[in-house]
Design a protein around this ligand. Structure first.
Ligand SMILES: NC(=O)c1ccc[n+]([C@@H]2O[C@H](COP(=O)([O-])OP(=O)(O)OC[C@H]3O[C@@H](n4cnc5c(N)ncnc54)[C@H](O)[C@@H]3O)[C@@H](O)[C@H]2O)c1
Ligand SMILES: N[C@@H](CCC(=O)N[C@@H](CSCO)C(=O)NCC(=O)O)C(=O)O
Length: 378
């Protein structure tokens, strides 16, 4: 029987307040309004950014109770008025950076940061300033326009990428954030050139994906930097050539890397969210041309600094959100590359849990053994 137009009752992991464990609740999900779609989520990754906002460190994360999750895969259940680009049954990946194709940002050709829905999304609301979730008579906020820790969620039409239904959603859901972010940061934001040298600070899901991107671009030297040596096995499989544990040295890591690379690297990437390492990554760059890309998310109130002379002498500091990737137009081809075995995803999905064990997924993520935990709903 069709559920279109009806309120759906389903399970979701609800965060009632900062620092509290998620509680599995029965929630109500309203039908999609004009320009919106309701999606049945089949799988979702758990990202460090979910944990970061849950911890209370996100300056934008003041909206409680909330349904987290932004690395999901699902099937369109119903669509609201005026929706033409997807229909019930389509397989989709939710996008925390939408792509309207019409706004100043989308038309610029310079960025993936679509401006439509961003202001309400940053306040946990749908574009009409309301939410589609309730629990025990209370409204629940949305997270990053996605809220994939729910069996059903509502998104803007421009916040879903339609993908090949042959792709396993419990794997390609990871393209909703970490893997695309790292790969895109290397191949789009930095546009790593063949024969160049690269250092990647932090070899979690994001850093490993930078390595995959740098290897695809035929970088000649890819240095994996991590305090956890277990990450080096994954880094090697994805194409890293050198491995550096900062704890093995009694000098600053930038000095170690500069000495290893005849004066510094062509590209460095910070994939941790540590402002001291953002500085170290910049200062590891080669004088005159080295570029450092910040990907890691730092806590509220934290700031970056360096001697301005580092920039005066030609190093470039950049940032990257979702790897500079335009989700609706570019994610489908990453899915095809995965299906054609040209692109690695499976290795990243190291742990699997059911929704009821989602707090274990958060715990294991902090252990350091996990690249990505994938939650399934069935
Ligand atoms: N900009 C974006 O669009 C975007 C997207 C996704 C994630 N992120 C952010 O990227 C960062 C990385 O995400 P992730 O999922 O890969 O995280 P992760 O925790 O899995 O990986 C971080 C890695 O850094 C290592 N590390 C920690 N401290 C270190 C230190 N002092 N020296 C060396 N290594 C150290 C850890 O051992 C780990 O392997 C997070 O801050 C996340 O919030 C940003
Ligand atoms: N809201 C925080 C920053 C959080 C942040 O940097 N988010 C990244 C995505 S992390 C995905 O796991 C991002 O790209 N944001 C772009 C956007 O949200 O438009 C803060 O206010 O500091």
């Amino acid at each position: 029987m069709s559920t279109a137009g009806q309120v759906i009752k389903c399970k979701a992991a609800v965060a009632w307040g900062p620092g509290q464990p998620l509680i599995i609740e029965e929630i109500e999900v309203a039908p999609p309004k004009k320009g919106e779609v309701r999606v049945k989520i089949l799988a979702t990754g758990v990202c460090h950014t979910d944990a970061y906002t849950l911890s209370g460190k996100d300056p934008e994360g003041e909206w409680w109770p909330i349904v987290f999750g932004h690395e999901g895969g699902g099937i369109v259940e119903s669509v609201g008025e005026g929706v033409t680009s997807v229909q019930p049954g389509d397989h989709v990946i939710p996008l925390y950076i939408p792509e309207c194709g019409q706004c100043k940002f989308c038309k610029s050709g310079k960025t993936n940061l679509c401006s439509i829905v961003r202001s309400t999304q940053g306040r946990g609301l749908m574009p009409d300033e309301t939410t589609r979730f309730t629990c025990k008579g209370q409204k629940l906020y949305h997270y990053m326009g996605c809220s994939t820790f729910s069996q059903y969620t509502v998104l803007s039409e421009i916040s879903v990428a339609k993908i090949n239904p042959k792709a396993p959603l419990d794997k390609v859901c990871l393209l909703g954030c970490g893997i695309t972010t790292g790969y895109g940061a290397a191949t789009k934001t930095a546009n790593v050139q063949p024969g160049s040298t690269v250092a990647v600070f932090g070899c979690g899901g994001v850093g490993l994906s930078v390595i995959q991107g740098a290897a695809a671009r035929k970088a000649s030297q890819i240095i994996a930097v991590d305090k956890n040596p277990k990450k080096f096995e994954y880094a090697k499989k994805l194409g890293a050539t050198d491995f550096v544990n900062p704890d093995d040295y009694d000098k600053p890591i930038q000095q170690v890397l500069i000495e290893m690379t005849d004066g510094g690297l062509d590209y460095t990437f910070e994939c941790i969210g540590n402002t001291k390492l953002m500085r170290a990554a910049l200062e590891s760059c080669h004088k005159g041309w080295g570029e450092s890309i910040i990907i890691g998310v730092a806590g509220a109130g934290e700031e970056i600094s360096t001697r301005p002379f580092q920039l005066v002498t030609g190093r470039v500091w950049k940032g990257s959100a979702f790897g500079g990737v335009k989700g609706r137009s570019e994610l489908p081809s990453l899915v095809e590359n995965y299906l054609e075995k040209k692109f690695e995803i499976d290795m990243f999905a190291t742990h699997q849990f059911k929704l009821g064990d989602i707090n274990k997924a958060f715990e294991i993520m902090h252990d350091g053994d996990c690249i990505r935990a994938v939650i399934s709903f069935e």
